[in-house]
Write a protein that binds this ligand. Structure first.
Ligand code: 3UK
Length: 516
């Protein structure tokens, strides 16, 4: 499928609405809060869309959604795109300062927020004059904000979709970098059917008989693609899970009760499940026919252990926020454990050296990718955009080699970024947190493989001359990290060293620390 195959005027809400003719009464989503049919989803989408128009949300306006994976997340998302707005699914795991930045950078006009997340974002809401209205899902209590249920009650259940162009932007996704705040990536209406066809159908072979379930949340493009866009594009159902993927018992229980056929997950969660004694006997997982992994490389031993325990193959795949979804994948029946597979139809990749010359097979190069679902730029980031979006080609920042059979092997990142549990971690952020302690004179953080061969942050810390390394200092540093950093960003090891290796120009040589 090519972008030109779509009608010039196309609205991505078609991915939901094409189901209304033949499947209006079919279950579209299942969740602890109950299930909804395609017809029910569509009616609520229309109510939210009408309520947004009543707030004067116009084409191009941004609406932010900060909510666990619940039906209201989904109906809000489709409602925004249906009226031609730009939907921003916010990461539910970040701190107040990041919400502050994102509200400013996106100029969100309306915020739809779940009551459980309101306390983290509330302190900065009044600083954003561009934010006109806050709607609360759940209990709005005496906050003074509008309650979601009251807001849509009485709104009409029909709504004409905005006549958007296939190239109009419809969603905004924030992705982290080495320094500073995350970068906004805009995707167009056309990108949705493209990824659904190229990955969901052509690679994963989803059909309307499938039921997807993802531990990657909807705010993460890997999650919304695999657990909402792909299934609905083919008329399949999805299972929403509003718990934490760290609670593997909850994940397994959900599989047992909701019986998904496709499991969309990340290496750390596969690892955590494998670490649970006799998980395959304690939980019934036999509804699953296909397991997908992405976010970070899946180690071959984990692939084998999963196969031994469940009989199932995991398809390791790689995508990025900039391409929206998968561009390389292991395919059913053609898997090389430990590799990221091969480029999928619709995408081309190149491996190049520092001077942009192609490198031969077996050698490591920078991974570039080309495909029509790729975003065009980072919002308000001219320099970073020029570095990453190079004409048709996207510079991913990943280092890869290709073997003689055409499989691609991840060789780490060219920048210092880490992927932990599929989530971005910047060493600089951890270093900044550690440096706040008086005893620390300098420090550096690198990725280090744990026993399961997954990358986790490790800190090398130099203490001030008058301070001795001790368990007490260590305890204080760990406590500081617990206060300042989200769980996946906290260093798993802290090593005290006398000095950090540096170049002649004073730059920390992280590669030397990585080798230790
Ligand atoms: C890394 C991988 C090795 C790699 C994503 C599937 O992860 C996704 O998007 P992000 O923008 O991060 C992209 C970066 O993550 N990565 C992802 N998958 C793998 N590294 N093996 C893998 N299998 O550094 C990449 O550049 O958060 C994943 C589908 C859609 C996505 N957006």
């Amino acid at each position: 499928m090519k972008a030109v195959d779509l009608p010039p005027y196309y609205n991505m809400c078609e991915i939901l609405e094409h189901n209304l003719e033949t499947r209006a009464d079919k279950t579209a989503l299942l969740s602890d809060a109950g299930s909804m049919t395609f017809g029910e989803v569509s009616r609520q989408v229309n109510q939210v869309g009408n309520a947004l128009r009543r707030l004067d949300v116009r084409v191009g306006d941004c609406v932010a959604i900060l909510c666990p994976d619940l039906p209201q997340w989904v109906t809000s998302f489709f409602a925004v795109t249906k009226i031609g707005g730009t939907a921003l699914g916010m990461n539910t795991l970040v701190k107040t300062a990041e919400y502050d930045y994102i509200l400013g950078d996106s100029r969100a006009r309306v915020l739809i927020v779940h009551d459980s997340l309101l306390p983290v974002i509330e302190p900065v809401l009044s600083q954003h004059a561009t934010l006109k209205r806050v709607v609360v899902i759940g209990d709005a209590g005496d906050t003074g904000y509008t309650s979601f249920n009251d807001w849509i009650k009485g709104e009409a259940e029909t709504l004409d979709a905005e006549r958007t162009h296939r190239d109009d932007f419809c969603s905004l996704h924030y992705s982290s970098g080495t320094t500073g705040m995350p970068k906004g990536v805009l995707h167009a209406h056309k990108d949705y059917p493209l990824i659904a066809q190229l990955s969901g159908v052509d690679v994963f072979g989803l059909t309307e008989d499938d039921r997807t379930f993802s531990v990657a949340k909807l705010f993460f493009v890997y999650g919304i693609g695999g657990n909402l866009i792909f299934p609905w594009y083919v008329g399949a159902s999805c299972v929403l899970y509003d718990g934490s993927p760290r609670q593997v018992a909850g994940v397994l229980k959900t599989i047992e009760t909701q019986q998904p056929t496709v499991f969309v997950s990340v290496p750390t969660v596969y690892g955590a499940i494998l670490a649970l004694p006799k998980f395959d006997e304690r939980y019934k997982l036999d509804s699953i026919r296909m397991c997908i992994s992405a976010g970070e490389a899946l180690p071959a031993p984990a692939w084998q252990a999963w196969k031994d325990a469940t009989g199932l193959d995991i398809l390791d795949t790689i995508g990025c926020t900039e391409t929206y979804h998968t561009f390389m994948a292991n395919r059913p029946g053609a898997i090389r454990p430990g590799s990221s597979g091969k480029p999928i139809d619709g995408y081309d990749v190149r491996l190049v050296d520092d001077d942009s010359n192609d490198v031969p097979a077996g050698e490591v190069g920078h991974l570039m990718v080309r495909g029509e679902s790729t975003a065009l730029f980072y919002l308000h980031q001219y320099e970073k955009s020029r570095h990453t979006f190079r004409g048709e080609w996207l510079f991913t920042g990943d280092r890869y080699s290709m073997d003689d059979d055409g499989f691609y092997w991840h060789a780490g990142r060219g920048d210092d970024m880490l992927k932990v549990g599929g989530l971005w971690v910047s060493p600089v952020e951890i270093e900044n947190a550690l440096s706040e302690h008086d005893a620390v004179s300098e420090c550096a953080v690198v990725g280090h493989h744990d026993n399961a061969q997954l990358l986790k942050p490790k800190a090398f810390v130099c203490l001030r001359d008058d301070i001795e390394a001790s368990n007490e200092v260590l305890g204080e540093l760990l406590k500081l990290c617990a206060k300042k950093l989200e769980a996946h960003k906290r260093p798993r090891w802290i090593e005290f060293v006398d000095s950090l290796p540096r170049t002649a120009t004073g730059k920390v040589q992280r590669f030397k620390l990585r080798e230790q």
